[in-house]
Each structure stands twice: as structure tokens, then as C-alpha cells.
Design a protein around this ligand. Sequence first.
Ligand SMILES: [Zn+2]
Ligand SMILES: [Zn+2]
Ligand SMILES: [Zn+2]
Ligand SMILES: [Zn+2]
Ligand SMILES: [Zn+2]
Length: 238
Amino acid sequence: MSKFFSCSSCSGSGTLKCPDCVCQSCRETGATDVACAACRAGRVTCELCRGGGQVLVKKGIFSDKYEVCGRCGGSRTVKCTSCGGKTTVRQTCSACSGRSRRSACQHCAGTGKYSCTTCKGAGKLIGEWFKSLQTMSTDQLKFEHGKRERQIASVQQENHLAQLKANQYTQQAEEMWRYAEPLYRQGAEAGSVADGSDLLGYARQLQNEIYNRNAKIEEIQSEVASIEEVLNAKWARP
Ligand SMILES: [Zn+2]
Ligand SMILES: [Zn+2]
Ligand SMILES: [Zn+2]
Ligand SMILES: [Zn+2]
Ligand SMILES: [Zn+2]
């Protein structure tokens, strides 16, 4: 049990998204697609041939020599560089000046967010367990405190024993490996020699259990801290 639990209304963030002022013109993206003013249907007149499709390569006495324009391939137009041929360009939304929200919103003043009303912006709420502590007598609190201290001591003892065992397994595994390694090098098949790998597996398992019990200890310690907080508050009061 911890003192707080995460506020579900705001998923612990402390803020809520304002539903009232989303700019509908840009669907909250701050930008809109407008028709490209630089082109027609995504294409512009080729600058190199000025839309003729051909370029003069040699001026002759009787006739000039032309070749197909190398830039537009004779098609007279090239893709518009302003819109990349898409015919529209992204432009800052004029309805919200790119802010994605209407600034006149009474609810959030256009910020798009407001403080969560459930948790008053804290993102967390005091849990029922902590509230129940506050209704307990000093004796009850002391009892709950002592119970947890004993619990912590007993889990720590379990961890101590598990650690001794894990060390023992690791040491045995090392000895077995010293014996097995030369045999492997001489060509013994993997797994045919007792090499201590099963013992290392047990040791790892024990370490895992120790890790989990440490997490349990931390949880109980946070409960103890909560109980002490309530006890101290009681003593501070006249
Ligand atoms: Zn051209
Ligand atoms: Zn264009
Ligand atoms: Zn907008
Ligand atoms: Zn709003
Ligand atoms: Zn909240």
C-alpha cells in the first residue's frame, strides 16, 4: 500500500485536455492546406524554353537550329517547386494563428489544457489505506508499525540465507567447471560432464528471488514511512 495512487481522470499527468476550444479549421494541427498560388495544377511554365518546348542551339544564316528543351523535355512545363507538384501548400491556420486552439476559450484561456479537477493538478490522490491510518489510535498505529518492522526483518533474514546459498552454489559451480573445462577441451561432448551449469542456474534463480524480496521490502518500508508520518502528526498536535 502506498500513500498515493495515480489519478485515473488525468492518467497521473495532473492536466486534462480541454475539449471546448479545438480549432476545427485545422483540426488542432495549426496549419491548413491552401491552393498553391504559384502554379496551375502543380506545373509551371518552363523557364529555360519560356514555354516553347525548344531551345535555340545555333543561329544560322538561312535558318536557326533548335533542339528539344533539356529541362522540360519539350512538354513546356515543369513541376512547381513551391508545392512540389501537389497543388496545395501548408500554411499557418488563419483561424487560430497556428495555435491549434481558440484563444477566447473560457475554460483554458486557449492553452488547450487545464488542471485536473479530480486531483487538483497533483496527478495523484491519497489512497484509502493512508486515510484509514489517520483514523487509527496511536496504539493501533504503533502495532501496525511494529508488525511491518518484524516483517522487514524476517524478509531480510530470508534474503541473507538465500544469498549464502547462492554463493555456495556459485563456488561449487566454479570448482566443477575447473574439472570439466579440460575434458571439454579434449573433445568431451557438451553436457556429458558435470560442469556446474545447473548449479549456476539455481544461483541465478535465488538471486531473482532476492531481487523480488528486496522490492517487497521497499514496499513495506514505504508503508512504515507513511505510518510514521501519521504518528508524527499526532504527536505534533497538542
Ligand atoms: Zn522547357
Ligand atoms: Zn505549386
Ligand atoms: Zn487552426
Ligand atoms: Zn479550452
Ligand atoms: Zn488528476
